[in-house]
Design a protein around this ligand. Sequence first.
Ligand code: 2OP
Length: 309
Amino acid sequence: MRFKVTVVGAGNVGATLAQRIAEKGYADVALVDIVEGLPQGKALDMLQCGPIVGSDARITGSNSYEITEGSDIVVITSGAARKPGMSRDDLVLTNMNIVRSVVERAIRHSPNCILIIVANPVDAMTHLALNVSRYPRTRVFGQSGVLDSARFRTFIAEELKVSVTDVSACVLGGHGDTMVPVPRLSTVGGVPITELLSEAAVNRLVDRTIKGGGEIVALLKTGSAYYAPAAATAQMVEAVLFDRKEILPCAVYLEGEYGISGTVVGVPCKLGSQGIEQIIELRLTESELAALRKSAESVRELARVMKLE
Ligand code: 2OP
């Protein structure tokens, strides 16, 4: 039997994610959006890829949630995307009402699902989804660190002219300007990049990573990145469905880890069939820890704006 994954939001991230999952054939996909015809049309188009790519996965689109019944995972990508000059935090008031209503409707049909939040500002939206669903924190988490560390890995690999597969990168914190790439724990073939690159080069790559989403928004002008965000989310979906126990950075509600409580922030987690099966507490330096706590405070501020506390 195939798994079932619901993707809410048939925009660029949602549709690209739905296509990635459906084409691999391991899960049926329900694609939901409020725009009439959009999820239906995109789902039908993707379904017709099946004979070409050899996938029997069923993909259906709808404006209502009946088709999502009994999903193993619900991914929430719906909401407005940034325009040039906007920060992700500028989206909070627009997207909070959307995410609240999506969570309420989705969990009615899939009470045992795991919720993966992609809508921005993702840390705050994850906190909201946790409050609305009242699920344990192990079953509600956000995608950001997989994307941010993929960006850092890409830039490191380009700089050192090595394969991306030999690069591992550590990015902690919120998905925004206070993001915390950690060069000391980012390695090429096991060697920290701080031993391979000058301080100026490391700082340049860190800065580009922090501004990685904005760089693409400025180029596209009409929206934000979606290929890498969708690929990052697919990796998390697969880690859960196939019980991979992969260590991936996730936006998760902390309860004392890293000395942070009552807010969502990105830290490495073990992802498996139960969702967040472990939160990994890295040994950080004082300055790394201070940066992570500062980032957590900026997410907490958004939670206050949404009156979550
Ligand atoms: C990004 O960083 C969309 O937030 C996403 O590109």
